[in-house]
Ligand binder design. Sequence first.
Ligand code: UD1
Length: 338
Amino acid sequence: MKVLVTGGLGFIGSHTVVELQNEGYEVVIIDDCSNSSEKVLDGITAITGKRPLFEKIDLKEKSKVEDFFKRHTDVQGVIHFAASKAVGESVEKPLLYYENNIGTLVYLLKELSRKSKSSFIFSSSCTVYGQADTMPITENAPVKAAESPYGNTKQMGEEIIRDTCKVTEGLNAIALRYFNPMGAHPSSEIGELPIGVPQNLVPFITQTGVGLREQLSVFGDDYPTSDGTCVRDYIYVVDLAKAHVVALQRLLGGKNKTNYEVFNVGTGKGSTVLEVIKSFEKVSGKKLNYKIVDRRPGDITSAYADTTLANEELGWKAQFTLDEAMKSAWDWEQKIRS
Ligand code: UD1
C-alpha cells in the first residue's frame, strides 16, 4: 500500500517514514529540502534496509503537485508534515507562513478530493489550545485565538480539513495535536537537525551539553508551578511517529467514527524545565550550564495532554520515558558533532 509523506525528510516525518516502512508500507516522500537534507534518506535506509521513493518538490508549485498525483494514482494515504514551524519567523513573515502552510494544504486536499477514497493525516499542535483552563487538556478544550501566524495556520488547517471532509465523500482525515516532540531514533541514524540557534528546549540543552552553546537560558522561574518553571508534555518522537501509523491504519481500515477526527498526542505527564534539565544531567552525567532569565513573551505556564481518547480509540500509548527520550537526543547530538 503506497503512502505519501510530505516533509518526510524532516524531524517527525523521517521517524514516521521508518515506522511506516517497518509496517510494510511503500513510502514516497515529497520534500523541498528547505529545512532538511537528502542525507536523511541514507539514515532511513540504514535503519529499515529499504530506501523510500523521494521526489524533491515544492508543494507551492501547484502544477507539480497535480503532476505527482497523475503519476502516483495508487497513493492511498497521505501524511502531511511539510510546513514552516518557527513561531518567531511566522510573526515576521506571515504571508510566507500562510502560503507555505495553508496554500499547500489546499492543493493537496484538491488532489485528494478527486479520488474516490483517500486517507489524510495532518500535523497539528497543542498550540491550538493556548493556555487551557484545566489540565490535563482534552480534545474538547476550546481552541483559543492563535498567538502567532504559525499557530493560526494549525487552527485554520484543521478548519479547512474539517470543512472539506464535510462535503467530500471518500475523504477521511485525522488531525494529530502534538505536544512537545523530542529525541532521536535509538540507532542515532536520524534525529532533529535545527538550523542555526535552536528555539526549542531539548536541542538547546544537548547543544549546550556538547559545547556548541555556552549556556541555556531558562525563561522564567516565577510561574505558578511546582518549581516555578513552565510545564510541558515531552513526547518521544518514535512514540509520536507510531501514532501516525495507527491513525492511518484506523482510516484505511474504516474504523474511524466520523470522517474528521482529532487526537491529542502526548504522554499525559507534565515536566518542568528544571526537570528536563535534571533528566539531561542524569543521562549524560554532565552538569548543564544554565541561568534563570526573564520569561519569554508568548510562553504559556502549563500544557500537558489527556491522552484517554488516543489510548482508547487508537489503541496507542506513549511507551518511552523522558529519560529514555533524552538519552536518544544526547546520543544523537554527540554523534552528529563527533
Ligand atoms: C513551541 C511553540 C509551539 C510549537 C512547539 C513545537 C512557542 C511559543 N511555541 O512550544 O507553537 O508547536 O514549540 O515544538 O514558541 N525554554 C527555555 N529556554 C530555551 C528554550 C525553551 O527555558 O532556550 C522553555 C520554554 O520557556 C518552555 C519550554 O522550555 O517552557 C519548552 O519550550 P519550547 O521547546 O520552545 O516549546 P514550546 O514553547 O512549548
